[in-house]
Ligand binder design. Sequence first.
Ligand code: E4P
Length: 214
Amino acid sequence: MKFFIDTADINEIKKANELGILDGVTTNPSLISKVKRPYLDVLKEIAKEVPGPVSAEVIALDCDGIVNEAKELAKIGGNIVIKVPLVADGLKAVKILTSMDIKTNVTLCFNSLQALMAAKAGATYISPFVGRLDDIASEGMEVVEEILTIYNNYDYDTEVIVASVRNPLHIKYAAMMGAHIATIPFSVFNSIIKHPLTDNGIAKFLEDYKKIPK
Ligand code: E4P
């Protein structure tokens, strides 16, 4: 399973990268707005820091606009993946970008039929937003399970990025279902390493070690 970090904060990205288990980064306009620096500058810095795929979202909503913006974003580096919203023009653009060998991450996916359409358009990645579904009392992870079944039935190569992750259980269920990737906020990234019994155990071992005669 691959782990992406869902942030545009370079310090968070560096800390996660230092662990040696970071496979990529996803950003979006909301995350980049928090950094308070120009959009392209932020993306360039991230793409240099992490060799794996870095998702950069387009703002345009029409097919030509998306393709033109994608071509500019792709110039940032070979690891840039174009994040395209799941609308009709977005799917048309994905088809064109795929034919140009530009990788795409179809974003804002909220059901498995949308995901099927993205795979048919040739998307490299699909991003179901599980947390936002949970927020409105829908089962986000059920959508992931459906997408994996459908993609498996037809051998689609599109990889599933479990997005809008809010807690460690989203990652656990994603892994159990065999989702290819989870894109994880920094706070959740840290919380899946820690366990109070690990900390207590270390403290006790160190305390007992001192009792061993030299
Ligand atoms: C994914 O690519 C998105 O950037 C992200 O996961 C959205 O998460 P949110 O619902 O917490 O904003």
